[in-house]
Design a protein around this ligand. Structure first.
Ligand code: PSV
Ligand code: MN
Length: 389
């Protein structure tokens, strides 16, 4: 067990931890088979922020909200940022969307037609304009680009087109702004994806400069991939920009983070702690869909799952672990990790919340708040927000 002083340090780190929630997770979502609409779902970006404020109120750990453009397109982004601020929130990463127009059938910035590439690039630049208005630090880029059939397009030429577009966007970034490049193994492209893995993303980022960083979406790997190894390596290279947290059983399932494999989440968070990544330089974002479960409590649960994995990672007895590793004591080293993982950290997190002046039980606090009933009663009429697929 850690000493009293250590417990204070663990609590301070937990209390400072922030998890960014995704605006689209408050909206309707589904699979390609069906979107199940839920009553009370937001109709506007402002209503998404109203819901996000409830998550922050109950957890004390979700102060920023990521936007996805054009799903969150508004006329006045500064006014949207003010709406957030009035609710104790800030606007977070701006996520670009170059995957939902008919023009993008063969890709966006990697498309063989220069006119389509230009259109995609203009959208990415527009996203940087939006960052200027919202005060967002991070531009998150995910490209659905790829090919379905061998020979469909030139794999190497597509990399050249990608590099060209990234260089223009990188050049446009302002002081303190970053570009986060997200990779994904497959889907929607089924033969070759243009940014399929961390290595491809890293190679592009390296050419651009320190403000280009890799984002690890935990659902974007082949089964069995050792994600914590990727995290350790990117942190060592100073290129881990952040996470899109979610969990998967099969492909990109976008289930609640920590639901499918809480041990994997712990292992990831251990490497974050070990690599000095538990600070604002790493964007801890959720990228999830709540297709069948109520959205706000699912997001609260997700924030708590990240906090619990982080608490366990912070509780690893690192001197004991290092001594065991250096002496080649395999079992003792493994036990040092497993002891921390087996610790019930819920009482510790309840104490952290009490010290922050919030309810020790965020889910119960949300249930008691009456917010779920209020939005069902009030949000009648209008078109519910969704991710438009
Ligand atoms: C792609 O699957 C992805 O993870 C990207 O982050 C997109 O922007 C997001 O999903 C949309 O939900
Ligand atoms: Mn993602």
């Amino acid at each position: 067990m850690p000493s009293r002083a250590d417990v204070q340090a663990v609590k301070a780190a937990l209390s400072a931890q922030a998890v960014e929630t995704a605006s689209w997770a408050y909206a309707n979502s589904g699979t390609r088979f069906k979107v199940f609409a839920q009553p009370g779902v937001p109709r506007t970006p402002r209503e998404k922020l109203d819901d996000a404020a409830q998550v922050h109120r109950c957890t004390g750990a979700a102060p920023t909200v990521a936007l996805h453009i054009p799903w969150d397109k508004v006329d006045d982004y500064a006014a949207l940022a003010k709406h957030a601020e009035e609710r104790g929130l800030r606007l977070g990463a701006i996520n670009s969307n170059v995957f939902q127009d008919d023009d993008y059938r063969l890709g966006s910035v990697c498309h063989p037609d220069a006119a389509v590439r230009r259109k995609a690039l203009d959208h990415l630049l527009e996203c940087v304009d939006i960052m200027d208005a919202t005060g967002s630090r991070d531009l998150k880029l995910w490209f659905a680009d790829g090919t379905n059939y061998p020979g469909q397009d030139d794999i190497r030429a597509r990399q050249d087109r990608l590099a060209e577009a990234l260089a223009v966007v990188y050049e446009r970034l302002g002081e303190g702004q970053r570009m986060l490049l997200e990779y994904k193994l497959f889907e929607p492209a089924f033969y070759a994806t243009d940014v399929p893995d961390w290595g491809t993303a890293y190679a592009h980022c390296l050419r651009l400069g320190d403000g280009a960083q890799v984002v690890v979406d935990t659902g974007h790997h082949a089964p069995g991939t050792n994600i914590e190894f990727i995290v350790a390596l990117l942190l060592r290279e100073g290129r881990l920009g952040g996470f899109d947290f979610n969990s998967r059983f099969y492909a990109d399932d976008d289930l609640m983070v920590g639901a499918a494999d809480p041990f994997q989440l712990f292992r990831i968070m251990y490497e974050v702690v070990r690599g000095g990544g538990l600070g604002p330089k790493t964007a801890f974002m959720l990228d999830q869909c709540h297709n069948i479960e109520p959205k706000i409590p699912a997001i609260i649960r997700s924030v708590m799952n990240v906090q619990e994995a982080t608490a366990k990672a912070l509780l690893v007895d690192r001197p004991a672990l290092e001594a065991a590793q250096l002496s080649g004591d395999v079992l003792a080293a493994n036990a040092a990790l497993m002891d921390a993982y087996a610790t019930d950290v819920r009482p510790l997190l309840a104490e952290v919340r009490e010290e922050q002046g919030i309810d020790p039980d965020p889910i119960a606090a949300y249930r008691r708040s009456g917010w779920a009933q209020k939005i069902v009663e009030e949000r009648v009429g209008g078109a519910q927000a969704g991710w438009g697929a």
